[in-house]
Design a protein around this ligand. Structure first.
Ligand code: GTP
Ligand code: MG
Length: 355
């Protein structure tokens, strides 16, 4: 007689639920990974939320469960259109998403939308993003909308990697549109390109100086620019700012030659211009499907994450080797003191390692 059935008989229970020893001691019975995976694929939002929490976890046990989950999920991922929404703090990204998603929900009664918010410049979750769930109240109630306020990035690869995996989970769960809201500071625009199919940049009408403040790099990367807050006192400035932006866009070299980045004028607060955004996103999607950009971009992303993770894993496992760690610290000291260049020091270290 197996231990399990003996236990059941002793307790007088004929059919006690099987408890996986892995979860022993847990306060509540956690779902099995295969069960969780299945539920995510069926589009169960609570399971999706649990799955995202799992992939963000830094505990060793969770990491192995998370690998099991992703290994099944990734080949199951369907085709969503993943849109990065970026712009300086306060430009109206969340308000825009609320407005645009309401528009989409009405336009297409079948579509399922996911919104993931991320702050790639921070390894910790930020309060401002956490407030968004309440701000997005009107769409948050819909059973076709999934909102995940913020990714935490404690594990190897940081916030960006967690978001990349969260996008894969949302794709597997059958979402048609996945929006990734990123705070537009520093490196976040580059990060967006590693996660999304299309980069929608939000700006505000302003003086020439303010518009020139939009970095050239952003102009090169943005697939669509939406001038938000074209209402109230800013409305007068809007046409002029849009023209200036269009002129500036003529001068930058685009990463995708045959696409001229459009500038649309919107007011997220008053839900104006949502149809214009939809038209441009739709055009962009079709254009990039026909050109093969969509697939190429995804292939490049997979390559990027593969190389990135090989590097990170090697570094972490080498740091566990005491001898190597000592050499690394010695060289690092010389680097920080400016005695040795970081490139020369890393070359010496790797050469020693491979000798
Ligand atoms: N007048 C006007 N105000 C707007 C518009 N869109 C957003 N706002 C206001 O701008 C402020 C910031 O909006 P959010 O949507 O939170 O901006 P955000 O870019 O998501 O901000 P962070 O997430 O903090 O980076 C809020 O007070 C909004 O009500 C708009 O189209 N017109
Ligand atoms: Mg926001």
């Amino acid at each position: 007689m197996s231990k399990k059935s003996a236990l059941n008989i002793a307790k007088g229970v004929e059919e006690a639920p099987f408890i996986n020893p892995k979860w022993k001691g847990a306060k509540r019975r956690e779902p099995e990974i295969s069960e969780l995976t299945q539920k995510v694929i069926e589009g169960d939002m609570a399971a999706l939320s649990t799955a995202i929490t799992l992939i963000e976890s830094t505990s060793e046990k969770d990491e192995s469960d998370s690998r099991e989950l992703l290994n099944t999920i990734i080949p199951n991922a369907k085709n969503a259109f993943v849109i990065g929404v970026s712009g300086v703090p306060g430009v109206g990204k969340s308000t825009f998403l609320e407005s645009y998603c309401s528009f989409l929900l009405e336009l297409d009664p079948e579509s399922k939308l996911a919104i993931l918010a991320v702050d790639p410049s921070s390894e910790l979750s930020k309060g401002s993003i956490l407030g968004d769930k309440t701000r997005m109240e009107s769409i948050g109630k819909s059973d076709r909308v999934f909102i995940r306020p913020s990714a935490s990035g404690g594990k190897l690869g940081g916030v960006a990697r967690s978001t990349y995996e969260a996008v894969a989970l949302c794709e597997a769960a059958g979402f048609d549109f996945i929006f990734v809201e990123t705070v537009g500071v520093g490196q976040s625009e580059t990060v967006v390109s590693k996660l999304t199919d299309c980069f929608l940049f939000l700006a505000m009408p302003g003086t020439g100086d303010e518009l020139q403040g939009i970095k050239k790099g952003i102009m090169e990367m943005a697939d669509i620019i939406a001038l938000n807050k074209c209402d109230g006192p800013r409305e007068k400035q809007a046409n002029h700012s849009a023209l200036e932006l269009r002129n500036a866009l003529q001068l930058v070299s685009r990463h995708r030659d045959s696409w001229q980045t459009p500038v649309v004028q919107i007011s997220a607060l008053e839900s104006k211009g949502m149809e214009a955004v939809w038209t441009e996103l739709d055009k962009y999607y079709r254009h990039s499907m026909l050109n093969g950009w969509l697939e190429n971009n995804r292939q490049e992303q997979r390559e990027y994450w593969f190389k990135e993770n090989v590097g990170a894993l090697l570094f972490t496992s080498l740091t566990k080797n005491q001898d190597w760690k000592k050499q690394q610290l010695d060289l690092l000291e010389k680097v920080t003191e400016g005695i040795l260049s970081p490139f020369e020091a890393s070359r010496i270290l790797v050469e020693k390692l491979l000798a």
